[in-house]
Design a protein around this ligand. Structure first.
Ligand code: FES
Ligand code: FES
Length: 175
């Protein structure tokens, strides 16, 4: 922890919304959004894989757009509306993309899954065709070391039309 958050150094105030909750925080200028979520806010659903923008495990939604939290400084998120995997469900009701991943058994170890799901939710509002080839291309930044790709594509292909027809869950709303 001390290497991630060394003692001292000036912190800066930021205000943001995370999973529909307004938060006022103090962050060091070098703290990544990924470390802020995991180490300071205990939102550990967002995973750290490579920590270098290579794997997509840290994908979250910022103002509805998918981003790599490991490549984003927390201080750059002042005023942002963030949604993580913890914010997608509505109470006990899973997000349609979460349900589709379960229906299609689209995971094995599950480590990549939060990033896959957040990426797919972001993809839904980008207007691409929901064909397997397009989904594979548009989800190519999200790696799965277990090789669950065919099931992931099937899950995304099922959920995209549902989300576009009824964009009411967290992360689906247009800005
Ligand atoms: S942990 Fe961010 S892309 Fe791998
Ligand atoms: S389910 Fe194991 S890395 Fe994707």
């Amino acid at each position: 922890m001390s290497e991630i958050f060394p003692e001292g150094g000036q912190q800066h105030p930021i205000d943001l919304t995370i999973n529909a909750q307004a938060r006022s925080l103090q962050v060091h200028p070098w703290t990544t959004l990924l470390d802020l979520l995991r180490e300071q806010l205990d939102l550990i659903g967002t995973k750290k894989g490579c920590d270098h923008g290579q794997c997509g495990a840290c994908t979250v939604l910022r103002d509805g757009k998918r981003i790599n939290a490991c490549l984003t400084l927390a201080i750059m998120c002042d005023g942002a509306d963030l949604v993580t995997i913890e914010g997608l469900a509505s109470g006990d009701q899973l997000h349609p993309m979460q349900r589709a991943f379960i229906t299609h058994d689209a995971f094995q170890c599950g480590y990549c899954t939060p990033g896959q799901i957040c990426s797919a939710v972001g993809l839904a509002r980008e207007g691409h065709a929901a064909t397997p080839d397009v989904i594979r291309e548009q989800m190519s930044g999200n790696l799965c070391r277990c090789g669950a790709y065919s099931n992931i594509v099937a899950a995304v292909q099922e959920a995209l039309p549902l989300m576009r027809a009824a964009p009411q869950a967290q992360g689906d709303q247009q800005p």
